[in-house]
Design a protein around this ligand. Structure first.
Ligand SMILES: NC(=O)c1ccc[n+]([C@@H]2O[C@H](COP(=O)([O-])OP(=O)(O)OC[C@H]3O[C@@H](n4cnc5c(N)ncnc54)[C@H](OP(=O)(O)O)[C@@H]3O)[C@@H](O)[C@H]2O)c1
Length: 359
């Protein structure tokens, strides 16, 4: 007698025991097929067990922290607001010696008021060589022979964001200067101090350093941060210095205020040469502006998703090379970044407005 199970007909015990020649076969049961399915099940079980072991080992390694955190100095750039500000307060509570670099005196004063006396501030404009040199001399005096355990290159700017054709060289330089050249200059300036401590360089990139879907200097700057960090990581390995990248998705911070974004985009559009403007049309501009503002609005308010990654990169014995922060980054942007370019193009352009003179 046969019992049917899914696609296979399973024989009764008496039929299994009978010789192949005398067996009555009414269904499609085949011993070779059954053997193959068992092998497949076994293979998946081995794979699941291997994956489980991998994650268990990773979990165990990643929960180990470095010792003597209270003796470790960490310099963070861009502490006036957003991730930098929250990270400075978070590490201060954890007992680290935070050297918080702010762009403005007002930002520095507010941060000092909200933190312990351990935290110290310095004014730093990452686009100014003099400012970087002065801040480095100050950091050197603070850390002495211990060196600098952590450098968090967090300062950044986004605007203007617009189709590349609407922008000028100055628009690109403004963003690249802060996000990439500034980051490189600060790193080169304090690197001897980080090497002395065998510490960490934590560079804040973005998911837009892995996948691009709008124009302007921001995405090229973050791709540059990724490339710089990768080469630096390889070079510093023999010195015991670790380089980590933070790749957040969209978060609601002052970096991209909706009203400022709208005003700057309007300003950019007003300066676009007439012959270019006519190829896009007013409808394109309005839809682009609306869609970009909607995108900003999807940002998460939970900034600690990012600062927890930064803290882990600074305090774990075995930090990750890359941290993607935010569900949009993990579940959408990062998977899309691994797809073939034609799939990416389809997904990223399907809702975009059509230019007036497009094909
Ligand atoms: N928010 C997001 O969705 C998101 C996503 C991915 C990556 N990121 C990155 O995260 C980092 C922090 O940004 P955030 O979102 O926390 O925004 P934020 O609150 O605007 O923080 C950026 C900080 O950098 C400072 N800054 C700007 N220009 C500077 C300069 N020339 N020198 C020194 N500091 C300067 C800003 O000072 P002022 O406020 O005084 O201008 C501000 O304190 C940036 O690198 C950004 O690209 C952000």
């Amino acid at each position: 007698m046969f019992f049917t199970m899914g696609r296979f007909a399973v024989p009764s015990q008496s039929e299994v025991n009978s010789s192949p020649g005398t067996r009555r076969t009414r269904g499609s049961w085949n011993p070779r097929q059954e053997e193959t399915s068992l092998q497949l099940v076994r293979m998946w079980l081995y794979l699941a067990a291997l994956l489980g072991l991998y994650y268990l080992r990773r979990w165990y390694r990643e929960r180990q922290t470095v010792e003597n955190l209270q003796d470790k100095y960490v310099l963070i750039t861009g502490c006036d607001s957003g991730f930098g500000n929250l990270l400075a307060r978070q590490l201060d509570v954890r007992g680290l010696r935070v050297l918080a670099a702010c762009l403005t005196e007002k930002g520095a004063e507010q941060l000092r008021k909200a933190t312990s006396e351990r935290l110290q501030t310095v004014i730093l404009d990452v686009t100014s060589t003099d400012s970087i040199a002065a801040a480095t001399a100050w950091v050197k005096a603070q850390v002495g022979d211990r060196g600098l355990w952590g450098l968090v290159n967090n300062a950044g700017t986004v605007l203007p964001v617009a189709p590349n054709e609407w922008l000028t060289k100055a628009d690109f330089v403004k963003v690249l200067d802060v996000n990439l050249i500034g980051l490189i200059e600060v790193t080169l300036s304090v690197l001897p101090l980080v090497k002395r401590a065998r510490g960490r360089v934590v560079n804040v990139s973005s998911i837009l350093g892995r996948l691009v879907f709008y124009g302007g200097g921001y995405c090229p700057s973050k791709y540059g941060v990724e490339a710089f960090s990768d080469s630096l990581r390889l070079e510093l390995l023999p010195f015991g210095v670790k380089v980590c990248l933070i790749e957040p998705g969209a978060f609601k911070t002052p970096i991209i205020n909706p009203q400022t974004t709208k005003d700057i985009l309007q300003e950019v559009w007003s300066h676009v040469p007439a012959e270019i403007k006519v190829t896009y049309g007013q409808h394109y501009f309005e839809t682009y502006q609306k869609q970009f503002l909607q995108l900003i609005d999807t940002g998460s308010r939970n900034l600690s998703l990012v600062t927890d990654c930064m803290e882990h990169a600074l305090t774990a014995r075995h930090p990750r090379t890359r941290y993607s922060a935010g569900w949009d980054a993990k579940l959408y942007y990062l998977p899309v970044s691994y797809m073939p370019a034609s799939w990416q193009d389809f997904l990223l352009t399907r809702k975009q407005p059509k230019p007036a003179h497009g094909i």
